[in-house]
Write a protein that binds this ligand. Structure first.
Ligand SMILES: [Zn+2]
Length: 386
């Protein structure tokens, strides 16, 4: 926790995606930033960081510009004015959410229910994260956005709302649609989406979408060499591959935690492979002993999420091997075992397992998962063998 995160001090220090960022900066300088914007990209691609930097560029008291020789003007931020510093203070999203949750926990039971998690680093900038434990953006949060969007900005040029995820409760999504239909002139809304497909088509069609792509493995390795000198070189290569082109994810990557989650995920695959060959009895005991360690509650949810993520990467690697593109493998350190597994587990099985995994993951987002359904998932993987 309380890991001080500093935003890049200029747009040029933001890694990757320079063309997309130039477009956004040009739009801000020209006063043409779309009122509703989706920033799409994988976890760690820098969606939240970029959203804060854009907010600073919109709200900065000094409104600095970078002028290009061809006459193009790009918006920038000073980073030191009272608007910039307040917005930058929300750089560590996880910490801000933790703080807001802790404050809510201290409320009386009756007030707790009506208190939504919101982060307000500046009177005109409101950050809306998915509300725990369900991790969905809720109606109460969107109602606050709607209410505040009717007020004129007080201390900065615009009112800015940053929704940090694309997972909404149904009523919240419908309600959001109303703001998007006729956004007030002074309002900008930025939705950060790992998967924009999660959003209602009617929401997507009312927003401009900017995609942040992943960085090449070599670039991430270089970045790790610069910023994570504590990580040995051979681990850097592995982390660069596992972070899937996301700079932020690579820098914060906890290899030990990932490896632990992956060891559990491998149990699922070994079990299914054993059932598939029929040579060995699948070892249900080991599997159920493992799933038993996954409990309900916030900690269990985190652990389960890590397990499912690593399982999903393993399945993707098996598909890459099956497709004859081993050079794209992420879990490079497991090559021999992955080779063995890919000989036993058919393409059809991997496809079905991926689909089952998607279902469990969406159930988890809706907080339906108990350790029981992890067992059911394990059983399903074994019986759908062949
Ligand atoms: Zn400033």
């Amino acid at each position: 926790m309380s890991n001080p995160i500093a935003l890049p001090s200029t747009f040029n220090d933001f890694l990757g995606n320079s063309t997309a960022i130039e477009h956004l900066r040009t739009a801000i300088a020209a006063g043409r930033l779309p009122h509703s914007l989706i920033l799409a990209g994988p976890t760690g691609a820098g969606k939240y960081t970029l959203a804060l930097m854009l907010a600073m560029a919109v709200e900065c008291e000094r409104q600095p510009r970078d002028l290009w020789s061809n006459g193009v003007s790009l918006a920038s931020f000073c980073g030191v004015c009272h608007n910039c510093t307040r917005i930058a203070s929300a750089a560590n999203l996880e910490d801000e959410v933790d703080k807001a949750v802790a404050i809510r926990e201290e409320l009386r039971e009756t007030d707790k229910k009506d208190t939504r998690i919101l982060i307000q680093p500046h009177p005109d900038v409101l950050i809306v994260p998915p509300d725990p434990p369900q991790l969905l953006i809720k109606l109460g949060q969107i109602r606050t956005v709607i209410q505040r969007s009717h007020y004129l900005p007080g201390e900065a040029p615009k009112k800015l709302f940053i929704l940090t995820a694309a997972s909404f409760m149904k009523e919240a999504a419908n309600s959001l649609l109303k703001v998007l239909e006729e956004p007030p002139d002074t309002v900008h809304l930025i939705i950060l989406a790992e998967n924009p497909g999660e959003l209602l088509p009617t929401i997507r069609s009312r927003c401009a979408t900017v995609r942040l792509g992943a960085l090449p493995v070599e670039e991430i390795e270089q970045l790790l060499a610069d910023r994570r000198q504590d990580v040995p070189p051979q681990q850097r290569t592995l982390i660069a591959r596992l972070s899937q082109g996301a700079a932020g994810k690579a820098i914060g990557f906890d290899l030990a935690a990932y490896t632990a989650a992956r060891a559990d995920a491998l149990l699922f695959l070994r079990n299914a492979a054993a059932a598939n060959t029929g040579n060995a009895e699948p070892d249900h005991t080991a599997l159920f002993k493992m799933t038993e360690t996954y409990r309900a509650g916030a900690e269990g949810q985190q652990k389960t999420t890590a397990l499912l993520r690593s399982l999903s990467l393993l399945l993707e690697d098996l598909l890459l091997l099956g497709a004859g593109t081993p050079e794209l493998l992420r879990n490079t350190d497991l090559r021999p075992e992955l080779d063995r597994l890919s000989q036993t587990l058919s393409f059809h099985w991997i496809e079905q397992a991926s689909r089952a995994l998607d279902q469990v993951q969406s159930g988890l987002r809706r907080n339906l998962l108990r350790s029981l359904s992890l067992d059911a998932f394990a059983a399903q993987l074994t019986t759908t063998a062949r």
